[in-house]
Design a protein around this ligand. Structure first.
Ligand SMILES: [Zn+2]
Length: 304
């Protein structure tokens, strides 16, 4: 069958495609509207009270606020993605940390992805960042804070680790450590993800003041940016606290232990083996429909 040719702009096409899958009442399986398409198509936060709903990797954000594109000590990057939204506690945190970074000798911070306007699963990238409490912060010290929109699309961050994944590269500086320490000391922080060589280095150089190290967690990737996750804000009733907690993972210590070493030994050995096919295909965030998310997310999506 030949379809009539209709000229559509990019946005109109996405909206039409999303609506087509959303309103078809008898759809099942693959035809059912994907939550990431629905959340990805909405340009602004809901006019509700700010509230994270669900868990970091399965939820949404009511009343999200947009971090201003630029401020005296920060710039949000990749504005075309429209992911500089979050819970007010996250905006406060980002601005506060950027001011500290400026005091520690950088011009401020380049801010990567936070959440979509109403949170939810994304069409690309992250599994988490769904409830307005996660932020990626670039490892690149800002050269200046008047980058144009175009520069913020094309500029890349820098990696602070060697390609063999075992050590820090020459891009790492003492200021990186001071900023990560300041980032981890904030009382709202649940945990921070960073490449293992950075944590190994900080374990060696932290001295006696080590409590903050517990909240620094090693993870694959996270060498172009570090990822800060805030705790559920006080008063929120539907935000799901992550378990195991950072304290449980490190058995109450600083996490400078064998589980940390594994990331530069056993983990790298495992990477050399061919990947095992899962017996049952794993359902990922990009497969989620609204039925997978907390019920309230349907309201958040539909709200003004
Ligand atoms: Zn992240």
């Amino acid at each position: 069958m030949k379809l009539p040719k209709i000229k559509m702009t990019g946005t109109a096409w996405i909206v039409a495609a999303v609506l087509a899958t959303a309103i078809w009442p008898f759809s099942t399986g693959a035809e059912e509207a994907k939550a990431n398409r629905l959340f990805g198509a909405i340009a602004a936060g809901s006019t509700q009270d700010p509230d994270p709903v669900g868990s970091y990797a399965k939820g949404c954000l009511a009343g999200g606020l947009q971090l201003p594109d630029s401020g005296p000590t920060w710039q949000a990057m990749r504005l075309s993605r429209n992911r500089n939204w979050g819970h007010p506690a996250l905006l406060d945190y980002v601005i506060d940390l950027s001011e500290r970074a400026a005091k520690l000798g950088w011009n401020g911070l380049y801010i990567g992805d936070m959440s979509q306007p109403r949170g939810g699963p994304m069409t690309s990238g992250h599994r988490s960042h769904q409830i307005g409490l996660d932020v990626d912060i670039w490892m690149l010290p800002p050269e200046r804070l008047n980058l144009t929109k175009e520069e913020r699309e094309s500029k890349s961050s820098i990696s602070i680790r060697t390609p063999d994944q075992k050590n820090l590269s020459g891009n790492w500086t003492d200021t990186h450590m001071e900023i990560l320490k300041a980032a981890a000391e904030h009382p709202m922080v649940d945990r921070i993800f960073v490449t293992a060589p950075a944590k190994i280095h900080m374990c060696r150089h932290a001295g006696k003041d080590r409590a903050w190290l517990q909240r620094i967690r090693p993870l694959y990737g996270h060498h172009y940016h570090f990822h800060v996750r805030l705790k559920c804000p006080p008063g929120s009733t539907e935000c799901v606290t992550q378990t195991p907690t950072a304290a449980q993972l490190s058995k109450g210590g600083d996490g400078c232990d064998a589980t940390l070493r594994w990331w530069v030994t056993g983990y790298l050995e495992e990477l050399k083996k061919p990947p095992k096919e899962p017996a049952v295909p794993v359902r990922g965030v990009r497969d989620y429909t609204m039925a997978d998310l907390p019920e309230r997310c349907t309201q958040v999506l539909a709200s003004n």
